[in-house]
Write a protein that binds this ligand. Sequence first.
Ligand SMILES: Nc1ncnc2c1ncn2[C@@H]1O[C@H](COP(=O)(O)OP(=O)(O)O)[C@@H](O)[C@H]1O
Ligand SMILES: [Mg+2]
Length: 309
Amino acid sequence: MTSNSSYISCRDVFKIYKVADLEVVALRGLELEVARGEVMAIIGASGSGKSTLLNILAGYDAPSAGYVRVGDYDLLNMSSKQIVEYRRHEVGFVWQQTSRNLFPYLNALENVELPMLLAGAGGRERRNRAEELLDLMGLGDRLSHKPAQLSGGEQQRVAIAVALGNRPSLLLADEPTGELDTETGQEILDMMATVNKELGTTIVVVTHDPAISRSVGRAVAIRDGKTSSEIRGRVNFDRQIGGGRQDVEEHLLVDSSGRVQIPREMLESLNIRRLVQMDVEDGHVRIRPSDATGETPDEEHGIEKSEKS
Ligand SMILES: Nc1ncnc2c1ncn2[C@@H]1O[C@H](COP(=O)(O)OP(=O)(O)O)[C@@H](O)[C@H]1O
Ligand SMILES: [Mg+2]
């Protein structure tokens, strides 16, 4: 559903990177709706476009085409002043690389205070807020530790506190547990759940970590630059997506043009190539490999045209 009340709304988003003469289509018609106050995960194979999407939502990169709105911000039509305001106040970002999130020569408290300082917050306010956030992250006794004196998990917790300094409505995290062991990763995800509960922050986290299963209610899978399916209920990553375990409900997304992406595993296992046949039976839509060969037609038989209509 493309409801207007969503906090994040992405429709038919394209991102094309040009490298020398080559064009890489990183996002192709991606659609995503996220409600205010939701915690959701983005999953998908390496190279599927997860980071591209997150960078766009963070305001670090602009989409090539489509519609992206976060709160009151139209991300395709922002002035440079609005972009600065958006990045500073609307979103907080946590990177996978622990070292990228923190300044090594600043202690935990100073790291958390820095973005607030840049946003013009007063000294007392900064200090109070930073202490409060580090407390929330369970780091009340680590305030004067520098990153090198903290474990990987602790560094990521400081990074979350840094991201939350200016009270953003949205917290984005790109594989924040990627460099951590499963147990520490789970701690980070639990922290995100705490942040959501205590501060009401909307959270979008990219992960391929099984540990996320206990922390989110909804995961959206990206395939080849397009949001392809949604997994609800007990999210369990101990299996191939599309493989069909009983305790997981995977739903394919129907985009605003009526397109559904058939997972590659299914295409391969059913030997589906260029053409399929589709019919309705008993309230089901059946898709099966076409009797036709599926080879490219020798001449225009109107097939291409009817595919587009
Ligand atoms: N700055 C860039 N320039 C060129 N190609 C890029 C750039 N960033 C990403 N890509 C390409 O876009 C696709 C999606 O990348 P990415 O969003 O990083 O995927 P993921 O985070 O899911 O691994 C990949 O094919 C990648 O090589
Ligand atoms: Mg990535």
